[in-house]
Write a protein that binds this ligand. Sequence first.
Ligand SMILES: Cc1cc2nc3c(=O)[nH]c(=O)nc-3n(C[C@H](O)[C@H](O)[C@H](O)COP(=O)(O)OP(=O)(O)OC[C@H]3O[C@@H](n4cnc5c(N)ncnc54)[C@H](O)[C@@H]3O)c2cc1C
Length: 369
Amino acid sequence: MAKIKNLIVGCGFSGVTVARKIAEDFGEKVVVIDAREHIAGNCYDYWDGNRICVHRYGTHIFHTNLKEIWDFVSRFTKWYPYQHKVKGLIDGQLVPIPFNLNALHQLFPESISSRMELCLLEKFGFNKKVSILDLQKVKNKDLNFLAEYIYQKVFLEYTTKQWAMKLDEIDSSVLGRVPVYVSRDDRYFQDKYQGIPLEGYTKLISKILDHPNIDVRLSTPFSKSMEYERLFYTGAIDEFFDYRFGQLPYRSIKLDFIEFPFSRFQDAAVINYPCNYDFTRIGEYKWFLNNQSDKTVVSYEYPESFVLGENERYYPIIKDKNVELYNRYLDLAKDIPNIYFLGRLGDYKYYDIDKAIERVIKVFGKRKK
Ligand SMILES: Cc1cc2nc3c(=O)[nH]c(=O)nc-3n(C[C@H](O)[C@H](O)[C@H](O)COP(=O)(O)OP(=O)(O)OC[C@H]3O[C@@H](n4cnc5c(N)ncnc54)[C@H](O)[C@@H]3O)c2cc1C
């Protein structure tokens, strides 16, 4: 078989952005392979029998402050201007997540909530995002009480379920993803650009791949026998090196999809259950594109450990010893010419979609033809 000029492993956002860049900007042929039977990686979605667009690997909302990334992706889709809101069941009430001033007033009597609000405003200012760890450090009786309440009701059990770790073992970058928000803004993201691709992520990605220089091969796992001039690998780096130093740990998720014979299941696209049940959250898919149907589909998310061959890698577990292990694999990669590890699995990093695309675009900024 002839040598492939550019072989790309993975049809997720990272792999397809590489493919498009090489095909379009460099005018070279590329072959993109994926072990799965579908494109779009973990952003894969499909239209079910009720015309509801379901995200097979869990709810995905595109959001970014990076105009360059928004412009790039917008070449391939129109958008539904969805603004994501998440609620959490706390003390029997559905309150905004991240915890904000509206949640505060909903959960506490007015006399107490107003006092706490003033303390928060004095200490942090309006519209500020504060990590729970910083809130816990404040020396103020009311805020100490509030910090302990939020810690117990919003973070502690959710985090234990999600990561199977104690809060103090979790990397601050992970905790920082859900701040306490001194604001009345109930949205989950404040990015300038947010939305859901009007025809879904799979369609968007199929359009990125739609170029005469791009050849897509599905149900095709990478094999060492493949011959190529350059390899862009968005699969797991430890797998590539046959787990020579051991496996990089991940958390996984079991998603239980249920269809209900009525039109609305819950009050927001995503509802978190920090203190109840074994699942962490329920996503209801018709919210994202406002799909009209007299049925609805939801997914219950049960976090679990990643076990090779049994489930999927979802979240890298960011800890010093795991990052050291990753760096050992990366050192091996340095000795192989023309191989680039990218994406959430190749870089062993949590990336939102925009950051995964940005990472690829940066690599191409540096690389000469
Ligand atoms: C539960 C969850 C929810 C998320 N929600 C959001 C969100 O709301 N907004 C957001 O911006 N981001 C979200 N993300 C992040 C988003 O999923 C990632 O940014 C994105 O999927 C990264 O794309 P990728 O191409 O790097 O990886 P992936 O999408 O995982 O693609 C990698 C591809 O490589 C293939 N592959 C791997 N190994 C091989 C091999 N050996 N041979 C052939 N093919 C192989 C895999 O089959 C896969 O298709 C979420 C992530 C999770 C886990």
